[in-house]
Design a protein around this ligand. Structure first.
Ligand code: XBP
Ligand code: MG
Length: 263
């Protein structure tokens, strides 16, 4: 397998962002006069629904049916205020990149690989995060940014990954996806992508199967990752060379490039 591109999820993979999202949701609820408050335990459950707008509607339907009509009518406002709060938090440095992310992105660029983003989060959130953490315009670093409402069906549907692959003009068999959640892994695998998983704070209790490996993070030369499963037991940090080796050694031919039909 000749790797030509790396496709990164954002929330939980590039950075552990969901606490900032959770605070932003709660600030938005106050701004519109809703007496909602999502604590960490509840948010862990609500994160099973990808997409902030979808998460708000799902919460109202399940827990606050009296607020359903109000929320449906004001959804764009509520989510708009939330995105405003989140991007402001990111802009003041509330979120930092996970270990090894900046190093791997730089190394992959130098090696001539294409880079893509495939995320459920809204595009303004991606731009704010990359500007704040990498001090670069996203377009300088990434050949494609597939985000949020660019597709109708969000993760665990594969649509956002298929959009990114189409924009890159590459087959899934020559790309690797990086994810933190079960929803994200399902989306990547259904798009036919070999996947590296680095669970985040809110997904550490989730199960991951049919992936290249599960690591605590991408590691650094002087700060090795914790190996959890699959390839990479002896590497310590993710490099372009190690990805090439893992993809060749560990992915059975029948797994690469074929969507995993589990929808
Ligand atoms: C994570 C998500 C997003 C964020 C909130 O996206 O599911 O919905 O929780 O962002 P990913 P929005 O892991 O695919 O990056 O409110 O903009 O949806
Ligand atoms: Mg994620």
């Amino acid at each position: 397998m000749e790797i030509q591109a790396l496709l990164f999820d954002v929330d939980g993979t590039l950075a552990d962002t969901e606490e900032a999202h959770r605070h932003a949701f709660n600030e938005a609820f106050v701004r519109v006069g809703l007496d909602w408050h999502w604590d960490q335990a509840l948010y862990r459950e609500l994160l099973k629904v990808a997409g902030g707008k979808e998460r708000i509607l799902s919460y109202a339907a399940r827990y606050r049916p009296d607020d359903e009509m109000f929320v449906a009518e004001r959804l764009r406002d509520v989510h708009g205020f939330k995105t405003e709060s989140y991007t402001a938090l990111v802009a003041v440095g509330a979120v930092t990149l996970r270990p090894g992310v900046a190093r791997l992105i730089a190394e992959a660029r130098s090696a001539g690989l294409k880079l893509g983003i495939a995320t459920t989060t809204s595009l303004p959130n991606v731009i704010a995060l990359l500007r704040s953490t990498l001090r670069r315009s996203p377009d300088d670093l990434f050949d494609v940014i597939a985000a949020g409402d660019m597709v109708a069906r969000k993760k665990p549907w594969p649509d956002i990954y298929k959009l990114a692959l189409g924009e890159l003009g590459l087959p899934a068999s020559s790309c690797i996806a990086f994810e933190d959640s079960r929803n994200g892994v399902l989306a990547a695998r259904r798009a036919g992508l070999a996947t590296v998983v680095t669970p985040s704070t809110y997904t550490s209790d989730e199960d991951f199967d049919d992936v290249l490996c599960v690591l605590s993070d991408f590691g650094e030369p002087k700060r090795p990752y914790h190996h959890i499963g699959g390839a990479g037991a002896d590497d310590g940090f993710v490099t372009v060379a190690s990805l090439r080796r893992w993809a060749t050694d560990n992915v059975p031919e029948d797994m690469i490039g074929h969507a995993v039909q589990t929808v």
